[in-house]
Every structure is written in structure tokens, then in C-alpha cells.
Ligand binder design. Structure first.
Ligand code: UD1
Length: 420
């Protein structure tokens, strides 16, 4: 397994082009199952998770034509509506094929995703909503068996917890259901809105995009479309913090300021300069980093997917910060690794008290999940000496050309083949 070697201490300066969002691309790719016409997605990031979903779609029978930063998918005939364990266990987002398969073909057999490093992550909200829409669901031998021989019907779905994946699954299912579906307490994440926009381009009737109430009037069939994937706010947010932590100055080309408003507000509190323009966002470190508390929340709150990176930033603040994670119960796997680099972090239940230290020191550390890995990269960029990060396949799931993007801005970072 490859490793990443970083020698810290260089301020990052320059521009980083922000890729298309992984978390938008995955549901958008699943949406190809809703139509027999070709769906083309542009601004596609080159990531391991995209390859995983491509293989899942191909084994269902989708004809996939890759292009330059784009993909065309044609789900004309789908001989196989089974999503096997071997692929689903690699990537939980595979469960997003459930809604589209069920809506268009009336049946789907999808492996249960199981737990993952950041928590138990159940899918009860997905299943409960699809049952309300008339699906008959049972779990057997680790698989979800779902059937709706006469098709799905519109329903009133109220989620008691905000779920990105459940909102996306129901949105796709509702697009082809008979009648009207109302989704209350829907996730408002920009990736959900991006999916809704693409569905509308395919002929779906959706109102309330970007709000917590989505109203979908089902249509008998959807058409093909070409859709540009929204910029990755989590990638952009990670590099924003790379600028702040190294006291650098980075322009994040193509980043959408309104998708990162919660982070920008906090970064300003820590003392960084944040300028927003049509071209993107510019972040510059500005002397000492002040401590500022953060609570993760569904959009438009502070994203859980930026919590680990923010912890790295607070590790070298001039003060202290309380970080509270409200979305996932076990999302502090990076804390012990950051501590190995000299960070002072105390965890109490869902909160972490981070007392800033003057310096972090390079060490050999292990990536445990995608965003935890990027927090170790940020720590490595500012640490004294050499940091080696093991198990970086996590990073390859969500960051396109990470080493190149950072080294182009002055970081000393390289990929080492092999390792543990
Ligand atoms: C998506 C993102 C992930 C991000 C997360 C929260 C993708 C591919 N992944 O994951 O990067 O961290 O949103 O912003 O877009 N829950 C239930 N029952 C359910 C579904 C969810 O209890 O049926 C809980 C989860 O355990 C979690 C919370 O709801 O505590 C939010 O999860 P959810 O928004 O569904 O996350 P994902 O869609 O899996």
C-alpha cells in the first residue's frame, strides 16, 4: 500500500483548481438507472470511489463510456438488479442504487452496507421511506430484498433525522413513483440540490430545491441529460485549511463561496483572511491562529466532513477550541494520530477539547478514514520534520491529485510506493 511523505514547514502559495464533488457524483451516477437514455456527467473527478460505483453499475448491465473528465452511462437493459456485498462493502454510497432500481424495475437486492470506521451508520431512514412508498422490504442473509411489482407510489415522508443519502434515495425513487411525494426534513446539502437539478434536466418535477421540504410529482419516464457536477466543497474546505495552517495564501479556483459559508465564518474567527469572488475563494493566513469553537451540523451548518481537518488547524492555534461532533458518533479516529504528532486533545463523549500547541512534530501515522487522512496531511504540512502517512487508499477515495495540487503550491509532499 502506498504511503505519503511530507516535510512540513512551507507556507502554501498559489491556486488550486477544485474538482467536481465526489458526494455529488455518486448519487448522480446512480441516477442513470432511472432512464434508458444516456446520462452524461461532466466535471467528473478521477477518484477510487467513482471507479467502484462504475463497476457496480457495469455489473448491473449499464453501458459506461468514460471520457475526458466525464462519463456517459446508458442503462438501456438492466438484466441484474443485485448489488453484491463485494462492492457495497467497499463503498456505502452503493446503497444509492436501491431507490432508482426499485422505482424503474420494481425490484432490487442490495447488500447491507454494514458499519464503518466513523460509526454504525444505519439505513433505516432509506428503508422506512421506501416502504411508505409501497415497497415490500425484507432483510435476508445480509441483503435488502425490495419489491414493488406495481411500482412505487407517492407518499408523505418525514425524516426524523436529516440524512443526505436517504433524501437522495427517496428523491430518485419519487421521480418515477405514481403521484406526489413530499419529503419533510430533507437534507439541504448542495450535493442533494445538484442531484435534484440533474433529475429536473432529465424531466423530473421537483419543487423546493435547496429547502427542507421537497415536493416531487412522479412522471412515467425520464429522459437522458448532460449535467456538470458541482464543485467539491469538502475538497475546497480542506485546502482552505491548508492555507490557514501553513500561514499561506491560496486561491481555490471554482469553489462556491455560498457552499462554504459556515467554514469561512469560522476561519475568519481564527484570524484568516477570506475573500470570496466569482472565480472562487482566496484564503490567507494572517499571523497567529486563534481558537474558535465548532459544532458540526447538517448543511448549512459546519460540515462533519471538515471536522477532522479543522481539528488539525486548532491543534496549532494560539488558544483552545471545543469541537462537537453531532452527526457521527465515532468520528474522532484522527485525534490519537494527531496526538502522536504532539497535539493536545481531550475527548469527552461527542466533544473534543483541543488546546493549541506551539509546534507539531512529524511522525509515522495511519489514515483511518477519508477525512481523518486529510487532517493528517494538514498536520504534516505544518509539523517540524518528516511525516509518513500509511494507508492512504482512503485519501484516493476522495481527493484527486492531492500530492500534485499541494506540491504545485510549494508543499514538500510525495507518494512512496509500498508500506504497511
Ligand atoms: C453523506 C456523505 C458523507 C457525509 C454525510 C453527512 C456521501 C456519499 N456521503 O453520507 O460524506 O459525512 O453525508 O454529511 O454523500 N442515519 C440514520 N439512518 C439512516 C441514514 C442515516 O440514522 O437511514 C444517520 C447516520 O448514521 C448519521 C446521520 O444520519 O448519523 C447522517 O447520515 P447521512 O446524512 O445519511 O450520511 P450519508 O448519506 O451516509
Amino acid at each position: 500500500m502506498d504511503r505519503i511523505r511530507i516535510v512540513g514547514g512551507r507556507p502554501l502559495k498559489g491556486s488550486i483548481p477544485i474538482s467536481g464533488a465526489k458526494n455529488a457524483a455518486l448519487p448522480l451516477m446512480a441516477a442513470c438507472l432511472l432512464t434508458d437514455k444516456p446520462l452524461t456527467l461532466t466535471n467528473l473527478p478521477a477518484l477510487a470511489d467513482i471507479k467502484t460505483l462504475t463497476s457496480l453499475l457495469e455489473q448491473h448491465g449499464v453501458k459506461v463510456t468514460p471520457g475526458d473528465r466525464q462519463i456517459t452511462m446508458e442503462a438501456k437493459e438492466i438484466p441484474n438488479t443485485v448489488a453484491p456485498y463485494d462492492i457495497v462493502r467497499r463503498m456505502r454510497a452503493s446503497v444509492l442504487v436501491l431507490g432508482p432500481l426499485l422505482a424503474r424495475f420494481g425490484n432490487a437486492v442490495v447488500s447491507m452496507p454494514g458499519g464503518c470506521a466513523i460509526g454504525t451508520r444505519p439505513i433505516d431512514l432509506h428503508l422506512g421511506a421506501l416502504e411508505k412508498m409501497g415497497a415490500k422490504i425484507h432483510i435476508g442473509r445480509g441483503y435488502i430484498h425490495a419489491e414493488a411489482p406495481k411500482g412505487l407510489k407517492g407518499a408523505n415522508v418525514r425524516f426524523d433525522k436529516v440524512s443526505v443519502g436517504a433524501t437522495e434515495n427517496v428523491l430518485m425513487a419519487a421521480a418515477l413513483a405514481k403521484g406526489e411525494t413530499v419529503i419533510d426534513n430533507a437534507a439541504r446539502e448542495p450535493e442533494v440540490t445538484d442531484l435534484a437539478k440533474c433529475l429536473v434536466a432529465m424531466g423530473a418535477k421537483i419543487e423546493g430545491m435547496g429547502t427542507e421540504k421537497l415536493v416531487v410529482k412522479g412522471v412515467p419516464r425520464l429522459e437522458g441529460a448532460t449535467h456538470k457536477i458541482v464543485a467539491d466543497r469538502i475538497e475546497a474546505g480542506t485546502y482552505a485549511m491548508a492555507a490557514a495552517i501553513t500561514h499561506g495564501d491560496l486561491t481555490l479556483e471554482g469553489a462556491e463561496a455560498e457552499h462554504l459559508a459556515a467554514l469561512s465564518e469560522v476561519l475568519r474567527k481564527t484570524g484568516a483572511k477570506v475573500e470570496e469572488s466569482k472565480a472562487g475563494i482566496r484564503i490567507a493566513g494572517n499571523g497567529a491562529i486563534a481558537g474558535a469553537d465548532v459544532i458540526t451540523e447538517p448543511f448549512p451548518g459546519f460540515p462533519t466532513d471538515l471536522q477532522a481537518q479543522y481539528m488539525a488547524l486548532m491543534a496549532v492555534s494560539d488558544g483552545a477550541a471545543m469541537i462537537t461532533e453531532t452527526i457521527f458518533e465515532n468520528r474522532y479516529m484522527h485525534a490519537p494520530e494527531l496526538s502522536r504528532m504532539g497535539a493536545n486533545i481531550t475527548i469527552h463523549g461527542s466533544s473534543a477539547l483541543v488546546r493549541g500547541v506551539e509546534k507539531l512534530f512529524g511522525a509515522e501515522v495511519m489514515a483511518t478514514d477519508l477525512r481523518a487522512s486529510s487532517s493528517l496531511v494538514l498536520a504534516g504540512l505544518v509539523a517540524e520534520g518528516e511525516t509518513i502517512i500509511n494507508r492512504i487508499y482512503h485519501l484516493d477515495r476522495g481527493y484527486e491529485n492531492l500530492e500534485k495540487k499541494l506540491s504545485d503550491c510549494g508543499a514538500e509532499i510525495e507518494r512512496l510506493p509500498g508500506g504497511r
